[in-house]
Design a binder for this molecule. Sequence first.
Ligand code: ADP
Length: 541
Amino acid sequence: MLGLMMTYPLNISQILEHANLIHGDKHVYTLLPSGKLYTYTYAELYHRVNQLANAMTALGICRGDRVATYASNTYQHLELYCAVPLMGAVVHPLNVRLSPNQLSKIVNEADDKLIIVDGQFSEQFAKLLQEIDCKHIVHFNNNSKLTFNDNSIQYEQFITEADSEYGFEIQDENSAMALCYTSGTDGKPKGVLYTHRSMCLHTLAANQADVFGITESDVVMPVVPMFHAMGWGLPYAAMFAGADIVLHGNNIHRIVDLIAETGVTVAAGVPTVWARLYPALQKRKREISSLHRLIVGGEPMPSTLIEGYEKELGIEVRHAWGMTEMSPTGTFCTLRKTHQKLPDTEKWNIKAMQGRPIPGVQIRIVDENSAELPWDGKTIGELQVRSPWTACSYYKTKSSTEHFTKDGWLRTGDLATINKEGYMHIVDRAKAIIRSGGESISPNAIQRGLLTHPQVVEAAVIGVADEKWGERPIAVVVISSDTVENTSEVLKQHLANEFPKFWIPDRFIIVDEIPKTGVEKIDKNAIIKMIATEFNISSKG
Ligand code: ADP
């Protein structure tokens, strides 16, 4: 028997309509390349989004066409997040930090019909343009006088004459609305094609109180780039909630100023960014007192950093785990009522876990024979997930059991434990596990151990080839300015309290900075190259 409810297709334009009608006076702030803070309202955004959709239609962009963005977090990027899906086309944010060689493969595979370029990146884009075939280029912030090609046009000129009413509405909620490639941390980036339905449901789920928990009174700043897993869904979530949104325009050095000037209440980014910003935030503690919540993910957030933010700065840390394939939110770590009475250190240890599945997401851990493993907080297995906002295959790739199970779950490539309360803890990526003399060593666990030493600022552990053991761990660390004498011995001693002897890295290499990927994750491939050239050490692979 069928129910008697409206068949009202989920559609990204509902987010835009709601933001305009109910929250039209709320603000979008963008830090311009000139350093000035530009602001307008959701009502103005709405007007311009309709103009943009009409301008793209006039250019010949059709339903299903891919429209790429090559931009940082700016109001124009937000307009494209709305206008492209509104007209039934597919918005495709490109990671500006990938090399032209990596990006050209992505653009050619996506077959982007139009690329909108943030002129801050003109020079690097000009290099990419030599390797791709894209007919239409629209650019903004372009002071470099680079014209790109004969068809390129300036953004304001492109939309200014266009009509501000756009009539079309998507009927099939399963139509594609965005394409985002994984960051490629441990392999080739893979395309994930979101639907209107998946993104709307993700937005609703992400805005629950124990997830992002964004309300109309919030001022939200995604420090995470809008090209990293759709800015973690924050642009849509903030608009739907009617919160003000603050876009940093790629000026990471001004983040603390921006928090102080606009009264940011919720900010989101990877742990390395929060580790780097911590001293500046601490110095200006009073000015940034509006900031009450950090959403952190992409990599493990060390408990020492959680402690710093919560204890010293009074900012709640919500540690999340997700994947581009999951739009990206999978699990979120908030404390249960029963945890409130625990000593603070125990609370921070819980918060360093990746948390419980958000409502709508199912998780399980399995062994190598696909048998489900117990939720006892100890047994490690491959993490598998499913939800209405999880991909069921990759763009232009034949579905394979390497990534998706026969019974419809995504194989995440992560190894995890789950405890009886449903809290999931990522042990490591399966590919990162070091096999030494037949035993497994978790680089993540050693990294966490190193970061509890007060002088260690950053740490990465990788496996290198070893004649006797097959593979051995070595550590690459950044030490704070108060230098420690005989660092290797001190760190070995420090780890010996927690880990078996064979887990202790054979060597500690002190560096000024640990290489990062385009989305600020630790770049193990770059570390492998660095130690091969500078120290003549080769990795197993
Ligand atoms: P890539 O796999 O190329 O880095 P994503 O940016 O989509 O692409 O990253 C998803 C992966 O990031 C997860 O499978 C997991 O390995 C890692 N990850 C995400 N959040 C966390 C977290 N809080 N702790 C540990 N690892 C995380």
